[in-house]
Design a protein. Structure first.
Length: 113
């Protein structure tokens, strides 16, 4: 599904605590004993959104690993699903970012804004 419900998008943006910027990268996602590669649509210091047809349920916890730039170290952390929309995707909140990863994300968002 290429078009999104404008009200759904507006509601999601208004609830966000952190600014997000576009990021298309592979994300290794481990959840429910399943290892998958997802492609993210955007990222912020607090979390990211995956465009995925069959998202995990809200409150599911998972481990994610991704890179902001090919030359930088990968970021790995635990995350929790905070929005889940079949056919659209899911938003995740980072739970245990290291100080270094937080700084990398902050710099990426500031440069991308």
């Amino acid at each position: 599904m290429d078009s999104e419900d404008p009200q759904l998008v507006k509601d999601q943006v208004e609830r966000r605590q952190y600014r997000r910027v576009k990021l298309v990268t592979e994300v290794h996602c481990e959840a429910l004993e399943c290892f998958e590669i997802r492609v993210t649509r955007d990222v912020g210091v607090g979390g990211m959104f995956f465009a995925v047809r069959f998202p995990l349920p809200i409150d599911s916890e998972l481990s994610v690993t991704f890179r902001l730039y090919p030359t930088e170290p990968a970021i790995t952390c635990r995350a929790k699903v905070i929005s889940s929309h079949v056919g659209l995707g899911m938003g995740i909140q980072f739970l245990d970012l290291s100080a270094e990863a937080h700084q990398m994300l902050q710099r990426f968002v500031e440069e991308g804004a």
